[in-house]
Design a protein around this ligand. Structure first.
Ligand code: ATP
Ligand code: MG
Length: 428
């Protein structure tokens, strides 16, 4: 079995010999002793070599970020981080690193230019571990709630979220687009499987560059037959609480390293989420100094102000029809509004989920396509779904990167993606 640094920082390892692989996080060379901080995915460990040791000469050849295999005995030492130290008895050098270009205090652009090296830093490693927990929790949640995981294509012939953010690409002698959402396909697949979900990248040519927009993001989408907007909200709340609970249980060390207040997250798990109508959200925004009129769309800046004082997420419900794509179902009791909700994360983060009930009759769908200036001919197969046994159905899309950003309480979405894609960044 592989042994990691985290495992050996326990009493039963004291005095025992161990062999560890790792990278050299830093090294301090002295005349009598040299101290090397070894790093692996689980943490760091101080390793010492004394001038009298046969390893001393080799240890002093090592540079920062060199890769090594170290053997030594574990000793309790209250002065070193984690309370344990390793006395080096053997060392095998995989590779001596050239002078490492990353140092403390670099600007964000330089760090992202060197993302392939920066990715191994302890802070980024902690974020990626939390990200991993979030993805596995999403799968666990849906599968244990009776959903089927299913996939939709990434090359599509038409738009879902609107033309403005469509990425166009050549497709032999035709034009194709990169998918913005699985929505239209999900509505076909839901007729056969009834409860479905996917976790996949969505692509949007976001011209409004903000701290929460990527051009390629990970989208966890769900669709359910015979369910309402209310049902979708209930499930969203359960999903978010489940994910956060898993992160609290599995990533205590990482949350601590990121200085994330776990009490805040525990509170989110234990309290009901708020629910406010779109008009109430506009009022709340105006009470906080904004001057929004009814009908205003809410972007990153507005939602930052609306949610900055909240301590639990809020569902912003029933938007005016003009603010949502054509497939959202108008409220039969109030047809100027749609049966939908955005879930806004507290602490200024804003929208993490968009969801709602879908149009389920042909006449309304045709009317909505016309109102949006969309050509019926491009939606023939989608209209078919209302010709042959239409059913009430609802669903939602969670921006997984945005959720990770909020859970980690980071200032920009790029930090939570291994290799982020934005209008300005395509490399590395
Ligand atoms: P916004 O108004 O912030 O652009 P949206 O209304 O376009 O969001 P939806 O179409 O409802 O978003 O997509 C569902 C979810 O996908 C959003 O709630 C968000 O979490 C995520 N999302 C959408 N666009 C992006 C993006 N460009 N980068 C990262 N996540 C995104
Ligand atoms: Mg958008």
């Amino acid at each position: 079995m592989d042994v990691y640094i985290k495992d050996i920082k326990k009493q039963e390892w004291e005095g025992k010999e161990v062999t560890l692989n790792g990278f050299v996080n830093s090294i301090r060379k002295g005349k009598n002793n040299s101290f090397l901080i070894l790093r692996d995915p689980s943490g760091t460990l101080q390793c010492v070599s004394h001038a009298s040791d046969k390893t001393f000469e080799d240890v002093n050849k090592i540079t920062r970020e060199s890769s090594v295999k170290i053997t030594g005995s574990i000793k309790k030492d209250d002065r070193s981080e984690g309370g344990y130290e390793l006395h080096i008895t053997g060392i095998e050098i995989y590779s001596i690193a050239e002078p490492f270009p990353l140092k403390k205090g670099h600007k964000k652009v330089f760090l992202f230019d060197n993302r392939h090296l920066w990715i191994r830093s302890p802070k980024t490693t902690a974020i990626m571990k939390i990200r991993s927990t979030v993805f596995s929790a999403i799968h666990e949640f849906f599968i244990s709630n009776g959903f089927y995981e299913i996939q939709s294509p990434s090359f599509v012939g038409g738009s879902v979220e609107g033309g403005a953010t469509l990425f166009e690409t050549n497709y032999f002698d035709k034009k194709a687009y990169l998918t913005q959402s699985w929505q239209l396909y999900a509505e076909a697949m839901v007729d056969s499987l009834w409860k479905i979900y996917t976790v996949a990248p969505s692509f949007r040519a976001e011209k409004s560059r903000t701290w929460r927009h990527l051009t390629e993001f990970w989208h966890a989408e769900a669709e359910m037959a015979f369910k309402t907007n209310e049902d979708a909200m209930d499930l969203e709340e359960k999903l978010i609480k489940y994910i956060i609970k898993e992160v609290i249980a599995k990533n205590e060390d990482e949350l601590r390293l990121l200085k994330r207040d776990t009490k805040f997250l525990e509170n989110v798990v234990n309290r009901p989420f708020l629910r406010m109508k779109y008009e109430e959200i506009i009022d709340l925004a105006n009470k906080n100094g904004l001057k929004l009129e009814y009908g205003a769309d809410l972007g990153a800046d507005e939602e930052r102000i609306i949610t900055s004082k909240l301590d639990v997420p809020v569902f912003s419900i029933n938007y005016p029809i003009a603010l949502k794509p054509f497939y959202h179902k108008p409220d039969p009791k109030d047809p100027k509004h749609v049966l939908c909700s955005d879930l806004l994360a507290p602490e200024g983060y804003g929208e993490i989920i968009g969801g709602g009930q879908r149009v389920d009759d042909k006449e309304t769908l045709l009317k909505r396509l016309k109102e949006e200036g969309l050509d019926e001919k491009n939606y023939e197969w989608y209209i078919d779904l209302r010709r042959y046994g239409a059913i009430p159905h609802s669903g939602f899309g969670l921006g997984v990167d945005r959720l990770v950003m909020w859970i980690c309480k980071l200032p920009h979405i790029m930090y939570v993606v291994p290799f982020p894609r934005t209008p300005r960044r395509l490399n590395p």
